[in-house]
Design a protein around this ligand. Structure first.
Ligand code: NZQ
Ligand code: ZN
Length: 389
């Protein structure tokens, strides 16, 4: 096992009606002037935004709002948010939504406490060393941003989608998780969220680090729980218990607990971020295409852990590592299909993918060599994109 440092300062409140405590928890942060960030309307239609604002104003907190965050959120709205924060002496941000909204809130939080342009953090010119405190009311279990220290923003000019990771500053101070708020999710978003949380576990699971039995077993347990609960939420969107189990899995998948003591890969995410940036696809749906292709390449070149995944998560019995790995990948693809996800670029809506462009951008944005399970150069990532066609 590797040495590690693990800090999860986020306070989670989970269950029916917890969102009504947003005002009280924000006041406990010492905040009195708050900006509420939200997306393209789902929280307006459900009435959640109104309830959040009421809960805040009941605590005599002054509220500014910033709506309109798009999936795969962009830099211009972040700058708009930073300007609002500075003009109104905002002292905390409340994100009401999913990963795109939370990531926008995080980028604003860091940018509002920084003299230069916030993109400096994303292009590697600066490191986040301060941020406004952030609270979250989560409406979609998927990105895990409610418990992560990460933010992913796309720079509109050149469509550059970059993820940054902080140990502490961008972790929310609190996250309110009410499974009932996820009842209104369209099946496609529910399924994409499921693929994303599984990918967050698998990016950590496929590691070269030896002797990580505890985090292997935590990861396998989470994956099995997700596979068990997923069909229930797809068939019965109002199944509270299944929604609750999926929601908590999404947080545990990405709050760092599965990665303690191990090197993490993240090549599949880097490859998917290029698909989202160039073709605008939903992140989780993109991962359902990328991950099995990456695993297929690995089955040929480094099958051991893929075979372990197949045997422990999908109960594959073959004793041959390559055969077990291939069968596990087929089961994973079949699972994704069963919940309505695409598993090829064509099914993702990309009929004529420009693979040289994807590969060129991937290595320009993420470096010449990617990943740790088996480090990959442009030659190998080209092969993996070809496996998605
Ligand atoms: O915008 P609204 O109208 O709210 O609709 C959203 C959006 O269209 C809708 N939605 C959310 N909750 C809903 C709902 N519709 C009905 N009922 C509800 N309860 O769902 C759509 C997708 O929302 P989005 O926030 O984009 O989803 P997600 O949570 O999957 O976030 C995706 C973004 O997170 C990034 C991704 O790259 C992508 O940009 N990621 C962030 C990570 C992090 N910060 O740690 C890690 C991830 O790997 C990921 O890269
Ligand atoms: Zn993800």
């Amino acid at each position: 096992m590797e040495n590690f440092s693990y800090c999860t300062p986020t306070r989670y409140l989970f269950g029916r009606g917890v969102e009504d405590q947003v005002g009280k928890l924000t006041a406990e942060l010492g905040a009195s002037r708050v900006m509420v960030v939200y997306g393209q309307g789902s929280v307006v239609r459900s009435g959640l935004l109104t309830r959040v604002i009421e809960s805040l104003t009941d605590q005599d907190i002054m509220v500014e709002t910033l709506g309109g965050v798009k999936p795969n959120p962009e830099d211009d709205l972040v700058r708009e948010g930073i300007a609002i924060c500075n003009a109104n002496a905002i002292d905390a941000i409340v994100a009401v939504g999913g990963g795109s909204v939370i990531d926008t809130a995080k980028a604003i939080a860091a940018g509002a406490r920084y003299d230069g342009d916030f993109w400096d953090f994303f292009c590697g010119k600066a490191v986040v060393q301060d941020a406004l405190p952030i609270g979250v009311v989560l409406t979609i279990p998927a990105a895990g941003s409610e418990g992560s220290g990460n933010s992913v923003i796309t720079k509109k000019e050149g469509k550059v989608k970059i993820s940054i990771r902080t140990d502490y500053w961008l972790r929310p101070k609190f996250a309110l998780l009410d499974p009932e708020l996820t009842f209104t999710l369209p099946p496609h978003q529910t399924a994409a969220g499921i693929a994303d949380m599984m990918a967050h576990i698998m990016e950590r699971y496929f590691t070269p680090t030896k002797d990580v039995v505890v985090t292997d077993r935590i990861s396998e347990g989470l994956l099995k729980a997700i596979i068990e609960e997923a069909p229930k939420v797809i068939a019965h969107p109002h199944d509270y218990e299944a929604r609750a189990n999926i929601m908590w899995s999404g947080t545990l998948a990405h709050n760092g607990i599965c990665g303690c003591g191990r090197k993490e890969d993240w090549t599949s995410h880097a490859m998917e971020h290029e698909l989202s940036a160039v073709y605008g696809v939903t992140h989780g749906a993109g991962l359902a295409v990328v991950f099995p292709a990456w695993m297929t390449y690995m089955a040929e070149h480094n099958p051991v852990k893929i075979a372990q995944f197949a045997r422990r998560v999908f109960r594959v019995i073959s004793t041959d590592d390559y055969a077990a790995a291939i069968e596990g990948i087929e089961r994973l693809r079949a699972f994704f299909k069963s919940i309505g996800l695409p598993t090829t670029m064509a099914e993702l809506g990309i009929s004529d993918p420009d693979i040289p462009l994807l590969v060129e951008r991937l290595h320009r944005n993420k470096g010449e060599v990617l990943g740790v399970y088996l480090p990959l150069t442009a030659k190998e990532t080209t092969e993996i994109y070809q496996l998605m066609e």
